[in-house]
Write a protein that binds this ligand. Structure first.
Ligand SMILES: NC(=O)c1ccc[n+]([C@@H]2O[C@H](COP(=O)([O-])OP(=O)(O)OC[C@H]3O[C@@H](n4cnc5c(N)ncnc54)[C@H](OP(=O)(O)O)[C@@H]3O)[C@@H](O)[C@H]2O)c1
Length: 260
């Protein structure tokens, strides 16, 4: 299926690894030019090299989403090159393992840092590009959340931040003014996704038998997902065909979440 995205310009935050990189790959394969940002410059350059093989224009620049000035600088760089972006994927997030099991033993800064990394970062990128999308009368904003953005569970600061992202996408999607300008807002909620070098892989390496038992108990498919399985859904949500998908919170979790 041709997703109707050829020539669109997309920005994927945290596009150097995992779900972000898989999404960037799916978008360049559909003919988008893509801008990515992250902190580790070596990994960023490696991702840019892979994405450039598509022949599309790639912008890759460092940015720590905890620093509002970094976000401003990166967005301004992209705007200088392209005028703005048609597609924004708010992918950076996490903090599901931050803090301690005990809520009382967890410092308040964990709540604020996880909120900033997930919700505030998404708000800052989104508000930056809305005027451009409004002027173009077309736009796609997709925020990567989690099953814990759709239901209770996990560490409370993570659940709160992911639920805030889901709420933001739904509420912006219900705004007649923005919807009338052809902009859609959706969240994509992954379940357990196996990504090299992240906590889930560590868990698997430490205790393969225990990890298998965990997957059998938690995941109806008996396996974790791949970043490509999430990136493909995000690319579809950005497509011309997805024009009626707005304000949705789409589970991409193999059926593991309890929410409808
Ligand atoms: N993997 C899962 O099982 C899973 C499940 C549910 C939800 N999610 C969500 O999916 C999204 C992507 O997660 P992932 O698992 O794909 O993570 P990942 O493989 O660790 O990749 C994260 C990306 O974000 C960048 N990044 C991290 N912190 C950053 C910061 N402060 N500023 C700028 N860039 C930053 C990373 O690069 P640098 O480290 O170099 O900055 C990297 O490019 C997150 O929102 C996460 O909560 C993941």
């Amino acid at each position: 299926m041709d997703l109707g995205l050829s020539g669109k310009r997309a920005l994927v935050t945290g596009g150097s690894h995992g779900i972000g990189l898989a999404t960037a790959k799916a978008l360049v394969a559909e003919g988008c030019d893509v801008a990515i940002c992250s902190r580790n410059e070596e990994r960023l350059a490696g991702a840019a090299k892979i994405l450039k093989l598509s022949g599309r224009t790639i912008i890759a620049a460092p940015c720590d989403v905890h620093a509002p000035a970094d976000i401003q600088r990166f967005c301004a760089e992209v705007t200088k090159a392209w005028g703005g972006v048609d597609i924004l994927v708010n992918n950076v997030g996490g903090g599901g393992r931050w803090g301690k099991e005990s809520i009382e033993a967890t410092e308040e800064r964990v709540w604020t840092e996880v909120f900033e990394k997930n919700a505030l970062a998404a708000i800052r990128f989104t508000t930056y590009f809305l005027p451009y999308m409004r002027a173009k009368k077309w736009g796609r904003v997709v925020t990567v959340t989690s099953r814990y953005g759709r239901e209770g569970g996990g560490r409370p600061w993570f659940n709160m931040a992911k639920a805030a992202q889901t709420s933001m996408m739904k509420t912006l999607g219900m705004n007649h003014d923005l919807a009338g300008a052809g902009i859609t807002f959706n969240s994509v909620a992954p379940g357990h996704i196996m990504i090299p070098g992240t906590g889930l892989e560590d868990q698997m390496k430490k205790d393969p038998a225990g990890f298998k038992a965990f997957l059998d108990a938690e995941c109806p498919l008996g396996r974790a997902g791949s970043p490509e399985e999430v990136g493909a859904v995000i690319a579809f949500v950005c497509s011309a065909q997805a024009s009626l998908i707005n304000g949705a919170a789409i589970a991409v979790d193999g059926g593991e979440s309890r929410a409808f």
